[in-house]
Design a protein. Structure first.
Length: 149
């Protein structure tokens, strides 16, 4: 499990916003719908099945297989498409376009396939933001915070 500890800032129905400390890995992250940068850290939107309230310290986790699948869709698929497009373009260029430079055709085909899969990955990412299996979850309330009932 990928886990973070933070403080609930706001509850919004079945979700809550949790402020966590910003890490170095946050800089290159593509989870724009789940995580937002603030002046003093990061704020994660997480499912709240434990009904945590504002001010409480909580543990937030995300399944590693969900994180890995998302990472592969966003980064791995476009890079694989770039390489595959270049190989296919090189072969097509040598076979059907003997008057043209096959390396140029390989580059064009590789970048074309990269752009197509990048657009596909971006669309998938938008849909994944609404899927519960890809959202962080508040697992446990660690501290009662400042609110008293």
């Amino acid at each position: 499990m990928i886990e973070e500890t933070g403080v609930v800032t706001v509850t919004e129905g079945i979700t809550a916003r949790v402020k966590v400390q910003k890490r170095g890995s946050c800089d290159g992250c593509s989870a724009t719908g789940t995580c937002e940068t603030t002046d003093d850290g990061m704020e994660i939107k997480a499912l709240n099945p434990v009904q945590a309230r504002a001010g409480q310290t909580v543990r937030v986790s995300i399944k590693p297989q969900s994180y890995l699948k998302g990472t592969m869709m966003i980064y791995g698929l476009p890079m694989t498409a770039l390489i595959a497009g270049a190989i296919i373009g090189k072969n097509i260029g040598e076979k059907y376009f003997s008057g043209l430079d096959s390396d140029m055709i390989a580059a064009i085909a590789g970048f074309a396939l990269l752009v197509i899969t990048f657009l596909f990955a971006k669309n998938w990412s938008r849909k994944a933001e609404t899927m519960t299996e890809y959202q962080p979850v508040i697992d446990e309330i660690l501290d009662g915070g400042t609110d008293a009932d």
